[in-house]
Write a protein that binds this ligand. Structure first.
Ligand SMILES: [Fe+2]
Length: 271
C-alpha cells in the first residue's frame, strides 16, 4: 500500500470519526483497533528514513546526553529499515518494560497521560515528506520523531520511569493543571536540555530528530536558556513545528527525576 493510500485511509476513515465522537472521554477508540490494517512504507518513505537517520546519527552522538546515546545504541536503528511498532515494542519491553501503541492522530492530554502511567507510548506511524527533512512542519509528530526522539529515552530504565511517574501523577487533574502539565512535558521530554560543567547536552525528543533544531542548540550563542523550575509559569509554545522561545535545562537527568518525583507531585496536589 502506498504512503498516500495508508495515510488517507487512516486519517479520513472511521478512526477520525470515532475520535471526534469520543474525544477526551474514552481512550479505547483513539487506539488503532487490533487487527487494523498493517502499516506499509513506500520507497519514498524509506528514502526519507535513510536520509534522516544518516544525517542525525553522527550529530546526536556528539550532542545528546549519555543516557540517550545508551538507548540509541541498544535500539540499533538501521538506515534501510523502518521498524514496525511490534518490533520496537519487543525491544523496549525487554529493556524497560514499555510498549508502543499505534495511534493515527494526536491523543488528548488526559488519555495520553493515562497511557504513560501504563508504560504504553502512543505512536504515530506516518513519516514526514522529503521536503521536510530538516524541519518537520506538521503539528502532529511522525514516526522518526517517535522512534528516534522518544525511543532511546524510553529504552532507559530510570528516564522512562520519569515518564511513567509523570503519567501516574497526571491522573484526574483539573483542566488548569493539565495545561501546566502539558507545558512541563513540553519543556522536558520534548525540548529539554542538560546543562552543567561539561556543557550543554540534549535529551528532548522534539530536538534530536530535527537537524535544524539540533544545530540551533549547538550553534546559537543567544539561546534563551533557563533552569527548570516547574513552580513558575513556563513559556513552552506547545507547538512542535516552531522553535521554542525558551529552552529549560536541568543539571542532570537525576535532577529531572527528583523534580518529577517531588516538585510535580507537590504541584498537582497543591496547585
Ligand atoms: Fe513527542
Amino acid at each position: 500500500m502506498s504512503r498516500e493510500l495508508s495515510t488517507v485511509s487512516l486519517r479520513e476513515s472511521r478512526y477520525k470519526k470515532l475520535f471526534m465522537k469520543n474525544i477526551c472521554t474514552k481512550l479505547k477508540p483513539i487506539l488503532s483497533p487490533k487487527g487494523s490494517l498493517p502499516f506499509y512504507y513506500s520507497k519514498e518513505d524509506l528514502a526519507v528514513w535513510k536520509i534522516l537517520l544518516t544525517q542525525q546519527l553522527p550529530l546526536v552522538r556528539a550532542v545528546a546526553c549519555p543516557e540517550y546515546i545508551e538507548g540509541l545504541e541498544k535500539l540499533n536503528f538501521l538506515p534501510d529499515h523502518i521498524p514496525s511498532i511490534d518490533e520496537m515494542s519487543k525491544k523496549l519491553m525487554q529493556l524497560s518494560g514499555w510498549s508502543l501503541e499505534p495511534v493515527d492522530i494526536l491523543v488528548p492530554s488526559q488519555a495520553f497521560f493515562e497511557m504513560l502511567a501504563q508504560k504504553r507510548y502512543p505512536t504515530i506511524r506516518i513519516i514526514r515528506r522529503k521536503e521536510e527533512i530538516n524541519f518537520y512542519t506538521n503539528e502532529a509528530p511522525d514516526v522518526f520523531h517517535e522512534y528516534f526522539g522518544h525511543g532511546p529515552m524510553l529504552a532507559h530504565e530510570k528516564y522512562s520511569e520519569c515518564m511513567r511517574l509523570f503519567g501516574e501523577y497526571a491522573q484526574n487533574c483539573t483542566d488548569e493543571i493539565l495545561t501546566k502539565l502539558n507545558k512541563i512535558f513540553w519543556a522536558t521530554f520534548e525540548f529539554g536540555l542538560v546543562k552543567n560543567n561539561s556543557g550543554i547536552k540534549i535529551y528532548g525528543a522534539g530536538i534530536l530528530p530535527s537537524h535544524q533544531e539540533t544545530m540551533k542548540i549547538v550553534n546559537d550563542n543567544n539561546l534563551n536558556l533557563q533552569k527548570l523550575d516547574i513552580s513558575t509559569n513556563l513559556a513552552s509554545s506547545l507547538q512542535g513545528n516552531i522553535s521554542q522561545p525558551i529552552y529549560y535545562y536541568v543539571e542532570s537527568l537525576d535532577c529531572l527525576h527528583n523534580i518529577i518525583r517531588n516538585d510535580l507531585y507537590h504541584l498537582i496536589k497543591h496547585g
